[in-house]
Design a protein around this ligand. Sequence first.
Ligand SMILES: NC(=O)c1ccc[n+]([C@@H]2O[C@H](COP(=O)([O-])OP(=O)(O)OC[C@H]3O[C@@H](n4cnc5c(N)ncnc54)[C@H](O)[C@@H]3O)[C@@H](O)[C@H]2O)c1
Length: 251
Amino acid sequence: MIDLDNRVVLVTGAAGAIGSATARTVVRAGGSVVLHDRDDDATTPLAAELGDRATGLSADLGDAASVEALWHRAVAAFGRVDVLVNNAGIYPPAPLDDPLDAWLAVWDRSLAVNLIAPAVLCRAAVTAFARQEGGGIIVNLASRAAFRGEDPDYWHYAAAKAGIVAMTRSIARQHGRKGVTAFAIAPGYVDTPFNATFAETVGVEVAAADTGLGEVALPQDVANVIVFLASGLARHATGTTIDVNGASYVR
Ligand SMILES: NC(=O)c1ccc[n+]([C@@H]2O[C@H](COP(=O)([O-])OP(=O)(O)OC[C@H]3O[C@@H](n4cnc5c(N)ncnc54)[C@H](O)[C@@H]3O)[C@@H](O)[C@H]2O)c1
């Protein structure tokens, strides 16, 4: 039933764990994918693996001008973009006892990459989607942290992801009549390099014990939900946030 034939999906952070699983799933479902990451080397192997229906682009999401240019380059790659997946993200610690300057520098970087860059891409996407036949779909990666809160060093991350949820809801309410649907996904612990520090210092088994399933999610578990939303089958669920956390936090 999930069919992305003739659909073009832009995935940011496509060299990462969830991003690469998503890109592979898009291509398996018949779609084409624009693979974005920080530098060309990051996406080249995946683009080669996926063949003609994949192409790589690089941009630093910490730089808003590069982010806007990224949208236009992505549209140029296959002639259109039908689905924007804001997947790239960072998770740097900002310890409370750091000097204020250092603490704020992490906030600035986190908000730039985790919230402002997705906002710039959403802004470009809603404008383009409103003009194109068939409209378009936005899928934004939020986090359980947006609802449950996050560990002490990561207030900035929870705040950025809560911003993602609020922005996604706003887009859904304001742009639906123009053919734009927008969704957020809120994963809990996913077994990726994102959680390397937690895995090393606390252990994946602790995160697994916190779930109803007794296991943490794998990147493919999130990719499946992204591609389902990207398919257009969930159109009337626009504005929603789907939890992918194994019942570690049930809202
Ligand atoms: N892993 C988890 O437990 C988890 C939980 C909740 C939400 N998420 C969200 O899922 C998304 C993907 O996470 P992941 O676990 O696959 O992480 P990952 O680290 O494997 O991938 C993130 C990708 O984003 C790219 N990226 C980071 N900063 C960038 C920048 N400035 N410019 C360009 N690219 C940049 C990285 O190069 C990387 O390829 C993120 O938005 C994250 O917040 C992850």
